[in-house]
Every structure is written in C-alpha cells, then in structure tokens.
Design a protein around this ligand. Structure first.
Ligand code: AMP
Ligand code: MG
Length: 270
C-alpha cells in the first residue's frame, strides 16, 4: 500500500481521531533531513505538473485545507506549493462570514472561488467551517447545519462532475502540540501577529471540535472528493503527505501539452 493511501478516509467508514496518531511519521526512515530532500523532489515535480495543468487548460484542481488553530494550514501552503507558477494558483481564505455572506446560503461565498480550467485553488478553511465552527460555537441550530453534510457532498459532486479534482486534507495535531505552537507564537515577536487571544477560547472547545470533525470527515468522504487525515505534529511529515498526494493525483490526470498551431514543428525562427 502506498504511503498516501493509508491516510485516506474510506467512504462510508466512521472516523475516530483517537485512532489516528498525530505524531505518526508513517515509518518514514531517515527523518527530517531525508524528508527535506524528498520534499524538494516533490516540489519540483509539482512545479512541472502545475505548469502542464495551466498549459492544457482542461482540468481543475481544488485543495481543501482544514485543521484546528496552529495545525499548519499556512505552513503547508508555503512549503508544499513552493515554486509553483502564481499565475495559475490561487489561495482562498475563509474567515467569519460578513453580514452580506450570512444573508445568503453558506455556499454562496464559496462557489465563486472554485478553480476554472487550468487552475489550482487552495482553500485555507472552507465550506467545512459551516459544519464545524458553526456547530461548535452554536451559531446556527442543528436543523440548519445538519442538512449541510448532504449539501456539501452534492456541491462537491457538481464540482467533480464538471472536471474538478477535489482533495481534502485534515491536518491532525494534538492538544499538546497546539499548546507548544501557541506558546511559540506568544514568545516570538515575529510570530505574535498570528496569535489571536480568541484562539484560547476555541482551544477550550477541543473535544467538541474533535466530535464535529469526526462527523464531517465520516459523512463527506467520497471517492470523488476524498479526505486525508494527515498526521501533522511533525511538519516535515505533514508536508510530505500533502505533497505526495498532490503529485500522485496530478500525475494520474493524463494531461498533455497543447500541440500548438499547425505547421510550427520544424519551423526555423530567423
Ligand atoms: P484564521 O484562519 O486564523 O484567519 O481564522 C478564521 C476564523 O474564521 C476561524 O476562527 C474560523 O473558525 C472562522 N470562520 C471561518 N468560516 C466561518 C464560518 N462559516 N462561520 C463561522 N466562523 C467561521
Ligand atoms: Mg486563527
């Protein structure tokens, strides 16, 4: 079994996060140093594949990143997508909805951000907040968020049916790792800007977020929009898994460079 497969949620199965070790390194031998070399190779392959995606303008790729505060969503974006062509890659971040957004259905703000042909879009948080934060913080009653699992699956089916490859990653850290990262943010003046005191309130709701995530992962993992539970205590392993899944998936898309205008082959430019 490939390394990436053991982290993919089997559609229809029940996810129990306690059974996924956030500190796992999947038996990867060589540790951090060898992982850095491997990540560089993956970065280079991703660069070529994304160029091809952009050149062909046929497929669309959506990467969803979810995880608790300090789980490494931003770091994953920086490390995994290093070297890609910014012209064809976009990051969309989802924050607390504005009054205008709240006046619409929850997918209204999401749909315009999905990738068009040739594009790779990374969601830093996503429509999943509407069954996570909304549920845990009780921003809407169960009668509102419960139907969203089905609505999300239908939405992702639409995207998949219209040529979008959807990959979803849950960056799995434990409470001790989050504590250390929060502390590091507070202690380091160059990281302090990332620390929002409100994150401490969120931290107190850890168990409820775990429950909400378990439901979301279990109920929205499909063959056309798979979830990966990524052990994320070790940043190098997290990067390796996300990069591997991306590279293997893009490599499987059967993309080709456009042939160019007829008659160009053999043309000598004077
Ligand atoms: P950050 O990712 O640190 O910029 O924080 C964004 C915040 O916005 C997080 O606390 C999210 O839980 C919150 N958020 C994002 N989307 C939603 C949503 N649909 N409803 C409520 N809160 C949200
Ligand atoms: Mg935050």
């Amino acid at each position: 079994m490939k390394r990436m497969d053991r982290h993919r949620v089997k559609p229809g199965s029940r996810v129990e996060l306690a059974r996924h070790d956030p500190g796992s390194t999947g038996g990867f031998r060589g540790g951090k140093k060898k992982a850095a070399a491997e990540l560089q190779r993956l970065n280079e392959r991703l660069e070529v594949l994304q160029e091809l995606l952009w050149a062909e303008r046929e497929h669309k790729v959506l990467v969803v990143l979810q995880g608790l505060d300090a789980s490494g969503k931003d770091g994953t974006i920086r490390h995994v997508f290093e070297g890609v062509n910014p012209a064809g890659v976009r990051v969309a971040s989802f924050r607390v909805p504005t009054p205008d957004e709240l006046a619409h259905d929850f997918l209204w703000r999401v749909h315009p951000k999905v990738p068009g042909r040739g594009e790779l879009v990374i969601f830093n948080r996503s429509h999943y907040e509407d069954v996570l934060a909304v549920r845990v913080l009780e921003l809407a009653p169960r009668a509102v968020w419960e139907p969203r699992f089905e609505q999300i699956v239908a939405f992702e089916k639409l995207l998949a049916d219209t040529g979008t490859t959807v990959l979803k990653f849950f960056l799995h850290i434990d409470a001790e790792e989050q504590r250390e990262r929060f502390q590091a943010r507070v202690d380091d003046p160059t990281k302090r800007w990332k620390f929002n005191p409100g994150d401490l309130d969120t931290r107190k709701l850890w168990e409820r977020y775990v429950e909400a995530y378990e439901d979301a992962l279990s109920r929205t993992a499909t063959d056309f929009a798979p979830w990966y539970v990524v052990p994320a205590n070790k940043k190098w392993y997290r990067n390796l898994i996300v990069a591997t899944v991306l590279v293997e998936t893009l490599a499987g898309l059967d993309m080709r460079y456009p042939p160019g205008e007829p008659g160009l082959e053999g043309l000598v430019v004077e």
